[in-house]
Design a protein around this ligand. Structure first.
Ligand code: NAP
Length: 301
């Protein structure tokens, strides 16, 4: 099976409609060959876009991915690579970082992109996201360094992650952005109400969605809210040909008119398949609100 790529924003890039998140790759305890196998199987399923950040796995995941890719370098042409920068973690690999902080200065962004490219073993990133809003961002300096990275051929497109509408708008006026990567799940509804998704719709920037299954809490949490949501998703799954709770959670995200692109987080190919299966499910508006009601614990006002 293969999925056609879709436009993330009116002027690109093209990405897969479900994106393979690599945050947890370091926890999968694989050697390079099975890691390459995971990448190949994700590609065969149609997940051609891979989501990274410099800090994933304590600055290790990009290199794990790069080592696997080095076993079959031709795969690079079949994929799009997303990475992020702007967070400085305290880590033995970054001895200069004394406290956890944010940094969107030209020097940090440039050094971070160079380190990501070296770790991934790639000549360019398809998309670079500013990982978190930085209170000290100078938007003109950031826009300028991004233009330089584009001119140097190192980064093709830019976006943000976890940015409020005013923060995205400020940068978007200086540098055309293509997405806001945000958290949304049946257990995390904030983006529906705080203007984040309204802005994506308005600007035609499709949001990328992290932790679509609440980082696994949808299955593991034993509180009443999670239990209610699981129950409703399971009921809906039975009405949709026996689809799994995970598939229905992805379908709930995909139903939003901003046309979100969910990120998977699993190392299991079956879990990637469950996410892809959601592309064939369209919830009715009433069923979408059934999940909303289970999450909030009350009917709409
Ligand atoms: N921009 C940001 O600030 C930000 C923040 C967080 C994440 N992200 C990105 O978003 C991606 C996805 O986030 P996430 O990992 O939190 O996603 P998620 O899909 O909400 O959670 C994945 C976790 O749920 C577990 N899980 C349990 N049952 C599952 C099931 N039936 N199906 C699928 N997973 C199940 C997975 O374990 P198994 O592996 O055992 O399936 C995995 O540990 C990350 O890889 C990263 O690329 C971005």
């Amino acid at each position: 099976m293969s999925l056609p790529t879709v436009l993330l924003a009116p002027h690109g890039p093209r990405v897969s409609p479900v994106i393979a998140g690599c945050w947890r790759m370091g926890e999968w305890n694989q050697t390079a060959a099975p890691r390459l196998g995971w990448i190949e199987q994700a590609l065969d399923l149609g997940l051609s876009t891979f989501d990274h950040a410099d800090i994933y796995g304590g600055y290790t995941v990009e290199a794990l991915f790069g080592q696997a890719l080095a076993l079959r370098p031709a795969l690079r042409e079949r994929m799009q690579i997303v990475s992020k920068c702007g967070i400085r973690l305290v880590d033995a690999r970054r001895p200069a970082h004394a406290i956890k902080s944010y940094d969107t200065s030209a020097a940090h962004v440039t050094a971070s992109v160079d380190a990501s490219l070296a770790a991934l073993g790639c000549g360019h990133l398809d998309l670079l996201l500013i990982h978190r809003p930085d209170a000290l961002t100078d938007p003109d300096e950031l826009a300028e360094v991004c233009q330089r990275l584009r001119q140097a051929g190192k980064v093709r497109h830019f976006g943000v992650s976890n940015h409020r509408p005013s923060q995205l708008a400020m940068l978007h006026r200086r540098l055309p952005l293509v997405t806001n990567q945000i958290e949304l799940s049946p257990l995390q509804l904030a983006a529906l109400d705080d203007g984040t998704l309204d802005q994506c719709l308005d600007l035609g920037l499709r949001p990328m969605i992290w932790s679509p299954l609440g980082g696994g809490r949808l299955f593991s949490a034993d509180d009443a809210r999670a239990a209610r949501v699981r129950e409703v998703l399971a009921q809906l799954g039975r009405q949709h040909g026996g689809a799994s709770v995970a598939t229905m959670a992805f379908a709930w995200i995909l139903r939003h008119p901003s046309r979100p692109l969910p990120l998977t987080g699993s190392g299991r190919i079956e879990a990637l398949r469950e996410a892809v299966a959601a592309l064939d499910v369209r919830l009715s508006a009433e069923d979408w609100y059934r999940v909303w009601q289970a999450s909030t614990g009350h009917e709409v006002p």
